[in-house]
Design a protein around this ligand. Structure first.
Ligand code: FES
Length: 196
C-alpha cells in the first residue's frame, strides 16, 4: 500500500508491482527485487551470502577452504543469507559447483574471483541447461552429461569441447573468518536463456 494525497486528504491505495517498477525508473532509485515480490530464495547469490554444501561428506555444512580437496571433483552448493538463513534454492539457476584449485594456475583475469583456492561456477550448462556434474580428473575439466560440453576450470570455464556457446558464469568469492562468502554477483549470464 502507498499513501497518496488527494483533494479529500491522504488515502492509502494498493500499489502494483508494475507501479513500483515505474517509480524506480522515474525516480532513478533502485527498487529491491524483494519489493517486486521476488522471494529471497529465488534471488541469485548475493554479496555476503554464505555457501552450503548440497552434497558430499560435508553436506549442509558451510563451505570452508579446508573442506575441499585440491583439484577433486566439484561439489554442488547453494548460497544462504547469513541473517535470515534463507537458502537460495528457489531457482535451479542458483546452483553452483565449487572446487579447490591452485590459485597460481588460474588465468590472470579470473584471479580476483578466487578465494584461498576456492572457485565457483554456475552449475547450469550454457547449451541447453543441464547441470554440469561430470568431471574429467585427468584434464581438470568440468563436463556436461547431456551433450559432452567441457569447461576449463583454470580459464574461467572457457568452453574446450562440445556445443556449449559460452563459458559458465563465475561467482566471485572471498574468505572472511575462515568461511567462504559470495563477493559479488555472477560474472557472465547464468543459464541458456533469460526466461527463468
Ligand atoms: S546441455 Fe550441456 S552440452 Fe548440451
Amino acid at each position: 500500500m502507498v499513501v497518496v494525497t488527494t483533494r479529500k486528504g491522504r488515502v492509502a491505495k494498493p500499489i502494483s508491482r508494475r507501479t513500483v517498477f515505474k517509480m524506480g525508473l522515474a525516480t532513478g532509485i533502485a527498487v529491491p527485487m524483494s519489493a517486486l515480490g521476488q522471494s529471497p530464495n529465488r534471488l541469485r547469490p548475493q554479496p555476503g551470502d554464505q555457501l552450503v554444501f548440497e552434497e558430499g561428506p560435508n553436506q549442509d555444512a558451510l563451505v570452508r577452504p579446508e573442506l575441499l580437496e585440491l583439484e577433486k571433483r566439484p561439489l554442488s552448493a547453494l548460497a544462504r543469507d547469513p541473517e535470515t538463513q534463507v537458502l537460495r534454492d528457489g531457482s535451479r539457476l542458483n546452483r553452483i559447483m565449487i572446487m579447490r584449485i591452485d590459485p597460481e594456475l588460474m588465468s590472470a583475469r579470473y584471479q580476483a574471483n578466487v578465494a584461498e583456492g576456492v572457485i565457483a561456477y554456475s552449475a547450469v550448462c550454457t547449451h541447453t541447461g543441464c547441470d554440469v556434474t561430470n568431471w574429467d580428473e585427468g584434464q581438470l575439466r568440468m563436463a556436461c552429461p547431456c551433450h559432452e560440453s567441457q569447461f576449463d576450470i583454470y580459464d574461467g570455464a572457457k568452453v574446450v569441447g562440445g556445443p556449449a556457446p559460452r563459458p559458465l558464469a563465475m561467482l566471485p568469492l572471498e574468505v572472511v573468518d575462515g568461511i567462504v562468502l559470495v563477493a559479488a554477483g555472477f560474472r557472465g549470464r547464468v543459464g541458456f536463456t533469460q526466461q527463468f
